[in-house]
Design a protein around this ligand. Structure first.
Ligand code: NAD
Length: 362
């Protein structure tokens, strides 16, 4: 069966790793009809300043499945994140980020096999912000000062942390169902409910209620600062983690660090009947066009996409081929070399060719 897939190359290093990933996916023999559409700052002029053209959303809604390279978000100014807007527009509420060690990666740890399930639509990422000095911000400050008998100063900027019962139920059900479907034993709920009583406190309360509906899966919870230490000291104790949006973002990079870095950390954004696969890492602008960056995180996201498309055998072969290239250590980018030597390292294209060769010789 031919699968129709939307490809969003992204910007920065996005186009290079997208090309390498497309080559590897095609070499699996799975029949894919690609529809390539573009988003990000590079297309803004073409679409009246819109970095996320309707064409992109229409293509994903039509094809139901997309794979995407990273897209740059300007810091503190300019447009809001295209990545966040896309997840919100398509209601891709679950971000799934497996963190698994492949023998041969540069890591202090072995045999890690964690899955991070991050809520993707609310929390501080909801984008409800009040700029310092604006009229509405001053009104909000006055109101909060009166209602809560506090003294927030007028030179304050405010970002709202939004946590709802419905979005929490949805993500926690997803996490427990994921655990059940993937033979996982335990779900750990991450929060800061001791301090943020009405946002994280609500997340924890609702998550515990949902977890009780899955008696076959063990449930526990950890405070977010504590889980950072626990994951560094004894990551083997954890299995599936479910987190509100911001902690999920931060812990994803910690998880990537445990398993050898962002170059091998894949991800998926899943909604009802729609999915967008993308690596955890960003657009690494300083490496743009240099053909040096590791395409494996996006290739592994492609492997997750094949599983989602029920192409299990091809997904297994692609994962084994990537694992072989990592284990052999000859054709790997700088980030996977013990000496980090950029001169001796393989290029992005070399890695794609090595993965394809490993696919063909199996
Ligand atoms: P980044 O992930 O782009 O890169 C940080 C560093 O990690 C790089 O300089 C590089 O040393 C290393 N790295 C990242 N990907 C790698 C790879 N595939 N192989 C080898 N090394 C790799 O993070 P950043 O510099 O904080 O963000 C750059 C831009 O990307 C920002 O505008 C940010 O908003 C955006 N971003 C986009 C997404 C997304 O599209 N989903 C995700 C995260 C960040």
């Amino acid at each position: 069966m031919k699968h129709k897939v939307t490809l969003i190359p992204g910007d920065g290093i996005g186009p290079e790793i997208s090309r390498a990933t497309k080559m590897a996916l095609e070499a699996t023999g799975v029949s894919i009809e690609w529809e390539t559409v573009h988003a990000g700052s590079d297309v803004m002029d073409q679409y009246n300043g819109n970095p996320l053209p309707d064409k992109v959303l229409e293509s994903i809604r039509k094809n139901k499945v997309a794979i995407k390279g990273p897209i740059t978000t300007p810091v503190g100014k300019g447009f809001r994140s295209v990545n966040v807007a896309l997840r919100k527009a398509l209601n891709l509420y679950a971000c799934v980020r497996p963190c698994k060690t492949y023998p041969g990666v540069r890591s202090k740890y072995q045999d890690i096999d964690l899955v991070i399930i991050r809520e993707n639509t609310e929390d501080l990422y909801a984008g409800i912000e009040f700029k310092q000095g604006e009229e509405n911000t001053l009104k909000l400050i006055q109101m909060a000062n009166q209602m809560k008998k506090v003294t927030i100063s007028e030179d304050t900027g405010i970002s709202l942390k939004i946590i709802s019962v419905s979005a929490t139920e949805r993500i926690v059900h997803y996490a427990f169902q994921y655990a059940r479907d993937n033979n996982r034993q335990k779900v750990t709920i991450i929060h800061k409910a001791n301090i943020l009583k009405y946002s994280d406190g609500l997340f924890l309360k609702v998550a515990r209620q949902v977890g009780k509906q899955y008696p076959d899966i063990e449930m526990e919870d950890r405070i977010v600062d504590n889980i950072c230490m626990q994951l560094v000291q004894k990551p083997e104790l954890y299995d599936v983690l479910v987190l509100p949006n911001l902690y999920g973002d931060i812990i994803s990079d910690l998880g990537a660090g445990l398993v050898g870095g962002l170059g091998v950390a894949p991800g998926a954004n899943i909604g009802d009947g729609l999915a967008v696969f993308e690596p955890t890492h960003g657009s690494a602008p300083k490496y743009k066009g240099m053909n040096k960056i590791n395409p494996m995180a996006m290739m592994l996201s492609g492997m997750m996409m094949l599983r989602y498309l029920k192409e299990q055998e091809a997904a297994d072969r692609l994962e084994r081929a990537i694992a072989t290239v990592i284990r052999e250590g000859k054709k790997v980018t700088y980030d996977l070399r013990p000496d980090l030597d950029k001169q001796k390292a393989a290029s992005t294209t070399d890695v794609a060719e090595a993965v394809i060769e490993a696919l063909e010789t199996r």
